[in-house]
Design a protein around this ligand. Structure first.
Ligand code: GUN
Length: 287
């Protein structure tokens, strides 16, 4: 039987802990607040922001969206406005955490903007100083949200990482790379695959755990895996196909063949939002 690694109950339990963490600050007269920046009006980004906003508000966290969406402004002008808005946020004591919803327009230097955010308000953990702490082996404080959520799930599901072979597919700065680093911190043997990887199925068949963040719907079919019910699949892909949300894994045809699999939706997505809220509590507790 394949175990379905749905995150609903785990997320509910952990969010209750976050709510307690928030309450401590409220009792001291502090209303925790996060601010998100969005450049443009990417519909998917607005959906993700909506999820984050609803969750934040349900936990008693104030949430503010600053949307830079001016068709008459050049990208250079929008960059200036974003820069100013981030600096203002750094100096605004009523804001405890902030992040830039990605993607940013292609011409923007993401790293420049990540590094403009005050590291003490860096909810995404993309500032070089904060991601540097992860590089030096620290998974337990601030960490990038999606990889942090996946570690939360694997640990809660008692899926061993120590000494295991883990293949991560996709090397983005926000998911694949930090994921590989954090798994390495957990003493896994990590194989980070990407678009130029040859014979991908050799890497997937050889792994104990396969984590995919590619964004190609149902791309990982049964041929990529052993059928001995020994492998664990974690699906980060979210793509809309005919109005339905699909992951990277060919989910329906993998049930019965693998040991465990995360569903899409209902798997990694809610864990990412949980991690964002946990990161806010971490930042609040640092003061
Ligand atoms: N867009 C897709 N994933 C992410 C993420 O982890 N953080 C932010 N800020 N934007 C995203």
């Amino acid at each position: 039987m394949t175990e379905i690694l749905a995150s609903k109950n785990l997320v509910a339990t952990r969010l209750a802990e976050v709510a307690e963490g928030i309450l401590v600050h409220k009792k001291r007269g502090i209303t925790p607040k996060m601010r998100v920046f969005l450049v443009g009006a990417n519909p998917a980004s607005l959906v993700y922001i909506g999820h984050k906003e609803r969750k934040a508000k349900s936990l008693g966290i104030d949430f503010e969206l600053v949307q830079l969406n001016d068709d008459n402004a050049s990208e250079a002008e929008l960059e200036k406005r974003l820069e100013k808005a981030i600096i203002d946020t750094n100096h605004d004591d009523s804001i405890h955490g902030t992040f830039i919803q990605l993607p940013l327009p292609k011409s923007f230097s993401r790293q420049k903007f990540f590094n403009l955010i005050d590291p003490k308000k860096d909810l995404d953990c993309f500032h070089s100083l904060n991601i540097g702490k992860v590089y030096f082996g620290n998974n337990d404080l601030l960490a990038p949200c999606t990889p942090k959520g996946i570690l939360t799930l694997l640990k809660d599901s008692k899926i061993e990482m120590h000494g295991k072979k883990i293949t991560v597919i996709g090397r983005s700065h926000i998911v694949g790379r930090p994921m590989a680093m954090m798994l390495n911190n957990e003493n896994a043997t990590v194989n980070l695959c990407h678009r130029y990887t040859k014979n991908l199925s050799e890497h997937t068949k050889n792994a104990d755990i396969i984590i995919s963040a590619v964004g190609k719907p149902r791309f990982l079919t049964a041929e990529y895996f052993r059928d001995d019910q020994s492998q664990v699949l974690v699906d980060i892909g979210i793509t809309k196909v005919d109005g339905k949300i699909c992951g990277d894994m060919d989910y329906d045809n993998l049930i019965g063949k693998v040991k465990a699999i995360t569903p899409v939706p209902g798997g990694v997505g809610p864990l990412t939002v949980l991690s964002l809220m946990e990161n806010l509590v971490t930042l609040l507790n640092m003061d």
